[in-house]
Design a binder for this molecule. Structure first.
Ligand code: 5CU
Length: 366
């Protein structure tokens, strides 16, 4: 049996230097009242000066950037292969004139990290999405020829207007042409007002448990509504966190579309692909959902051959310093075992075989 982790992030050294050079979100720095540890501040709202610096963002250490730590984590959790990806917020924050060069540098850096561990590491590349579409397309083309790259990771903002923006069409076309999987991952959450005035009392729970999945669900629904998969019928998208809430809400989304008088009046219901059809032909889901209940919804929506194991490393580490194994990882392993109890083939498919097949991880045999 081969175990492949397709949801595992890295902030490679070039990106860490960039974050250390910044004073606005996203950035890495030590604070005067906790000078011995650096903190990574990435999410909107994490920079609130009213929050004590020791609970702003998250403590950050070598597990975020040192590939040796990634391999040690893989060994601890019996992971044979990882498909690493730059973590949020990717390059979304860079000015247009810096983004193309930064993407090339970071993608080369990540490809080089993979080369140090042949057969154990592959990667999703990063796109310079604040740059003009031609620059983004050029990086898609370049990534397609790089040895360890197996697709790209991106957030929900696209070129700044979301993933239903027609200006993304040349980029979707290039991704489809090269058969590159898009790993779609949230970052922005929901507007802070929905978390309420007491949000700062609740740590990161509301943005991470609810903001992330709903952001993802809204982004994908906008793609469906704008007909992205009607125009790009072979575009393959791997959605983080088992699709946000998409598997659970797909029926409701489909029904709301079918009952919408405006869409009918505009002729937008004719010939459209249903949400279910797209889920079964264009969408892969990771298994980062921490319970067999959510996992079953994901399997029912897209099928066991489209579900892929992941860990979200280096996020969600154990809170106890001495713990070796990560509860977050073991919870996902357990959900797969329980969710597919009595169906060993599906367990093996989800843990690794699907990733080997879908991402063409050459030379890896189960
Ligand atoms: O803990 C977090 O903030 C995160 C994050 O930012 N990105 C991610 O992929 N997982 C957890």
């Amino acid at each position: 049996m081969v175990i492949v982790d397709i949801h595992t992030h890295i902030y490679p050294p070039t990106f860490v230097s960039l974050l250390r050079s910044r004073t606005t979100v996203p950035y890495i720095r030590a604070f005067p009242d906790a000078p011995d540890s650096s903190r990574l501040i990435i999410l909107p709202g994490e920079d609130d000066p009213a929050t004590p610096s020791t609970s702003r963002g998250r403590p950050v250490g070598p597990q975020y950037w040192d590939i040796v730590e990634k391999i040690a984590f893989m060994d601890t959790h019996k992971i044979d292969v990882s498909v690493i990806s730059l973590a949020n917020p990717w390059l979304d924050f860079l000015p247009a004139h810096e983004a193309g060069e930064a993407a090339r540098r970071i993608n080369d850096d990540v490809d080089g990290l993979c080369a140090r561990y042949p057969g154990r590491l592959y990667a999703f590349g990063t796109l310079p999405l604040s740059a003009p579409a031609e620059t983004v397309v050029a990086e898609v083309e370049r990534l397609a020829g790089m040895k360890h790259m197996r697709g790209i990771i991106m957030g929900t903002s696209g070129l700044g207007q979301g993933l239903d923006d027609p200006a993304l069409d040349p980029i979707y076309a290039a991704l489809e042409r090269h058969g590159q999987v898009v790993f779609l991952h949230p970052h922005y959450g929901l507007p802070a007002s929905v978390y309420g005035p007491r949000a700062s009392e609740y740590g990161h729970v509301l943005p991470l448990a609810l903001g992330f999945p709903l952001e993802t669900t809204i982004a994908v629904t906008r793609m469906l509504l704008s007909g992205v998969w009607d125009r790009f019928r072979n575009l393959q998208v791997l959605i983080a966190h088992s699709g946000g809430t998409l598997p659970f809400l797909a029926g409701r989304i489909e029904s709301c579309i079918e009952h919408d008088g405006h869409l009918k009046g505009e002729g937008k219901l004719e010939g459209r692909r249903s949400v279910w059809d797209v889920l079964q032909k264009n969408i892969y889901l990771d298994a980062v959902i921490y319970s067999e209940v959510g996992l079953k919804a994901a399997v029912d929506a897209s099928g066991p051959d489209r579900l892929l194991f992941g860990t979200d490393h280096p996020f969600f580490p154990p809170l106890e310093d001495e713990a070796k194994e990560w509860t977050s990882v073991n919870t996902n392993y357990q959900a797969i075992k329980v969710g597919f109890s009595g169906d060993e083939k599906s367990v093996h498919d989800v843990l690794g075989n699907n990733a080997v097949r879908i991402l063409k991880l050459d030379g890896i045999h189960s």
